[in-house]
Design a protein around this ligand. Sequence first.
Ligand SMILES: *Cc1c(COP(=O)(O)O)cnc(C)c1O
Length: 377
Amino acid sequence: MKPYLKRAWAEVSLGKLKNNVGIIKSLNSPDTKIMAVVKADAYGHGEEPICRCLAEECGIEYFAVSNLDEAITVRRFCPDAEILILGYTPPEYAHEIVQYNIIQGIVSTEYAEMLVRNISEPLRCHIKIDTGMGRIGLKHDTPEACAEEIKNMLEINNLFVEGIYTHFAVADSDTPDNVAYTDRQEKFICDTYDILKNHGINLPHVHFMNSAATCYRNNPKSTLSRAGIILYGLHPDISLDIPEGLEPVMSVKAVVSHVKTVDKGDCISYGRTFIADHEMKIATVTVGYADGYSRLLSSKGEILVHGKRCKIVGRVCMDQLMIDVSEIEVKSGDIVTLIGKDGDDCITADELASLYGTIGYEVVCGISKRVPRIYID
Ligand SMILES: *Cc1c(COP(=O)(O)O)cnc(C)c1O
């Protein structure tokens, strides 16, 4: 292992990633393959080691990314992978999409026509249907009308359509209203696919399962399960359990830089929001909001020190924060855990997220570039 600065670092367990892939495979029917969603630097876990592990050790063939830069990066590590760009590529880059053998998500007839204007070889694509997410894609009142537009798109010169897909808005909710909403989204995409089939158009792919759908409403009709957050062992929504055995892949650690005793009346950190009401022992920790440990956790978050929870006191600074270690033996240089297991206790990204009103996705994506990723088994 390369040496790294033991200040604040993220441990990424490839063993846990592999285990999570095994569990996701067991949720899917034999006809559904995993499309590993590795956008945003593999949800902050590091594109290269994650993609290599998935392709070389887990047999993953399909990857999804948000943009062309990410697609080209994945192509470097995974020469044989099928790579789908879920987001926008400016039409002047159509040539690169073809050159790197990437698949582009297509959101409208107009966009398809703009893309092929600049190329002389076929551009591979999957057509995105907006069945209720309200973000991107072909939007129609009926599957018949949608299939009609797709049929016309098949005539566009140099556009090679390999599939259609949609994205669920509330597959991570079990309220009857939301379940009915997702049922309708699913029916729309499946009906569109079947109408095309009845017209003799047999596309290799139709896909609609994200992590939540993969867990809670797995459907063998989806040729791919676009698994993102569950690959990394986190919850699509904190209120619903995820299948047994899925484990968080990332832990985040830092060290204690300074320990001191403060008197009653002493202030801690910017703004003097914390004033000791008795004598306390305070430790300074080498992590802050510039590392992606949110300032919104000021006086709220907890950190594990030798397996025990210690409260953050006062404001989280850019590079440092302070915790109450009155009850613990601790010294400068000791390792502390911001996210992950220590002894019998564990703080998850999902737990931190719920403390300040976001989701685990944002916590792991937000661990900044300054924090080296260390890969362990
Ligand atoms: C990000 C994304 C996914 C993955 O979502 P998870 O909830 O992380 O599984 C799947 N499909 C699309 C279109 C996405 O943008």
